[in-house]
Design a protein around this ligand. Sequence first.
Ligand code: MP5
Length: 189
Amino acid sequence: MHDSLWTAATRHLFLDAVRDGTITDEAFNRWLVQDALFVADLLTFQARLLARAPRPAQSVLVNGCAALVAELDWFEEQASRRGLDLDTAPLPATLAYRELLHRLDSAPADEALTALWVIERVYLLAWSGAKSDDSPFAEFIEHWSTPEFAEYVDGLERLADPERHQQIVADVLEHEIDFWDMALPRTRD
Ligand code: MP5
């Protein structure tokens, strides 16, 4: 289902450029700051979802929330190492994704859980496909391709119902594609 959207959301010139080390620091840093803003929005969404989640979803979600808090610490460390200010205005793709997450606050819990599974699965597939030991960004690639992260995504998959919620799957994939495009706009010539 939505094969071409999954492909576009998990393979992108930005990811190739990170893997090959050809991305400029400027473009990488711009993505990094926007991703930190996205993760803060995701934590807000996920904490709200935890509050109303069905009993079997609670443990996966609470562990995920704790991981997001740790991830925000990690982003802060990366930002200070790279001399970046995380207190930056969100770009349009980040704002549009925030709107989607707000919309999900009032969607049924199984639809919101399906969206969360797509959000995380995209990152697992995207970064696993960008694996490279000698990329200068190996630490970032590694971050979203660990066995622990894959287990988390498996846990979310058991709570997701993509057949039933095809529209939200497509919506999330479109937002992911826009997020990569923001990081490295496709050149048209
Ligand atoms: C994730 C992310 C994965 N960091 N950014 C976008 C745009 N989509 C998905 O979320 P997490 O919580 O960093 O694993």
